[in-house]
Design a protein around this ligand. Structure first.
Ligand code: HEM
Length: 439
């Protein structure tokens, strides 16, 4: 999604910049931290520590110039996400909507659309219920099998070269193909859809026409599935007793496909990075699959795929960690910062082990819905395991500190993960239609 990069920004380890003049009506923001993508940088640990020390768990920030509250305390973030009656997610609640510059970088996130992502209360329950029920119809064993085949095919395509970029050629491709199958999209629609999704996620001038193309494809998908239902998520949603309208389904399918694709890709990419660069994991990398689950969990603590969410607005005046929050104030949920809160991570990011109390899937009524985290986990785990099985001697071709994160507040995504390995013989398992054939 669009992000700003302020060329004058200080590196994460330096003192956060300050806005000089107070904003009218926003006295608490006189000393606000200026928050933008390049302030987060490659390692935001020092920044989070400094913000916590100077401002506490709820930080007044200027998000690309707009005053908002940055929730970086674990308990506070848990509280906000547990209280949907106090903190809504309809951006029309924002008391500064009318003051928003047209080119404000995070504008796409705070522009209301008829999507489940912006719905609240009973309306939200009706729509997220249909999504959850559809997702729950997915057979977990079949999902693992199809992921394995897609991952094998991706490795077949790169295996002869002995080198590749694991982000563009692996981590980004597998979830896209799995999700396309899950939703019953035609294989021929896949390449353009993935490209358009990436254009939308990257923001920029091409995004509106990419959205139009995605809308056309998804509308066509719905028409096809109405005419000839199959055993796919789209057909499940269309048949759901909540009677979701076509307009709602278009919006919710796009949101679900994009959200799952992006989160799964980045989860896989960051886990591969960790396993390739961390001594603790690289030993296991050679030894096999035993530490994949631990590495996946570690990433959800340290580099959650969605590190920040510009997604809550106060329903009424209230207090949060001693801050006076006014009705309609916007809150950015600092997932990565809250995960790093010393109150829950006393050993400052020592191995997370079996502790699953991270906030990477959000929390509460508007968190990542059941059983999406489980399905995402199957996709990510299978992708990593197949890579270990097929390319056991894979190694990084650059030093770990040369790896770069894309500058973004909202997405934790690597630019590239260049590796080498011994060329292998393709499995020849090839593309498969087991998803449909087994039904
Ligand atoms: C099969 C894979 C996945 C699917 C189908 C999926 C689906 C969804 C959907 C439908 C929502 C909107 C929830 C709502 O409006 O109430 C959502 C939200 C979210 N998902 Fe997922 N997701 C997947 C994987 C993931 C993964 C792997 C992560 C991160 C590791 C993730 C993190 C989130 C977060 C942080 C939110 C926002 C929660 C909030 O606003 O509080 N998701 N997801």
């Amino acid at each position: 999604m669009p992000d700003s990069t302020d060329p004058s920004a200080a590196p994460a380890s330096q003192h956060p910049e300050r806005r000089r003049e107070p904003l009218e009506g926003y006295d608490d923001h006189a000393d606000a931290v200026r928050l933008h993508a390049s302030l987060i940088g490659d390692d935001p640990t020092a920044l989070f520590q400094e913000m916590r020390r100077e401002h506490g768990p709820v930080v007044p920030v200027l998000l690309d110039g707009m005053p908002v509250w940055y929730v970086i305390g674990y308990r506070e973030l848990h509280h906000v996400t547990s209280q949907p009656q106090l903190f809504g997610r309809d951006p029309r609640r924002w008391n500064l909507q009318d003051h928003l510059p047209p080119d404000w970088p995070a504008r796409p996130y705070v522009t209301w659309q008829p999507s489940v992502m912006y719905s609240e209360g009973a309306e939200h329950q009706r729509r997220i219920g249909a999504i959850s029920d559809a997702l729950d119809s997915v057979d977990r064993t079949e999902l693992a099998l199809i992921c394995e085949q897609i991952a094998d095919r991706a490795i077949d395509e790169i295996s002869g070269d002995g080198q590749t970029d694991l982000i563009s050629q692996y981590a980004d491709r597998i979830p896209a193909q799995v999700i396309t199958r899950l939703f019953g999209l035609a294989e021929t629609d896949l390449p353009e859809l993935v490209e358009d999704v990436n254009i939308v996620l990257g923001g920029g001038e091409e995004a509106p026409s990419a959205i139009t193309r995605i809308l056309e494809k998804v509308s066509r998908l719905i028409a096809d599935k109405r005419a000839l239902p199959g055993h796919d998520l789209t057909s499940h949603m269309l048949a759901h007793h909540a009677r979701i309208t076509d307009e709602e389904i278009v919006q919710d399918l796009i949101m679900t496909m994009i959200s799952s694709h992006d989160n799964c890709s980045n989860w896989i990419g960051s886990t591969l990075r960790l396993m390739l660069m961390d001594d603790h994991f690289s030993m296991s990398l050679q030894g096999g699959r035993s530490s994949v689950g631990e590495a996946l969990n570690d990433v959800l603590w340290k580099d959650p795929p969605t590190p920040n969410m510009p997604s809550r607005w106060a329903v009424q005046d209230c207090e949060l960690a001693g801050r006076r929050i006014r009705r309609g104030d916007m809150l950015v949920l600092g997932v990565a910062a809250a995960n790093a809160d010393p109150q829950v991570q006393p050993a400052a990011h020592a191995g997370s082990g079996a502790n699953r109390a991270h906030l990477a899937f959000g929390h509460g009524e508007y968190g990542c819905p059941f059983p999406a985290p489980e399905l995402g986990g199957i996709i990510a785990k299978t992708a990593v395991e197949v890579l270990l099985d097929r390319l056991p001697d894979v190694y990084l071709t650059v030093k770990p500190d040369a790896l770069r994160w894309r500058p973004s507040l909202w997405v934790r995504s690597l630019e590239a993960l260049p590796v080498r390995f011994s060329p292998t013989v393709p499995t020849g398992r090839g593309p498969s239609n087991i998803w449909n054939a087994s039904r």
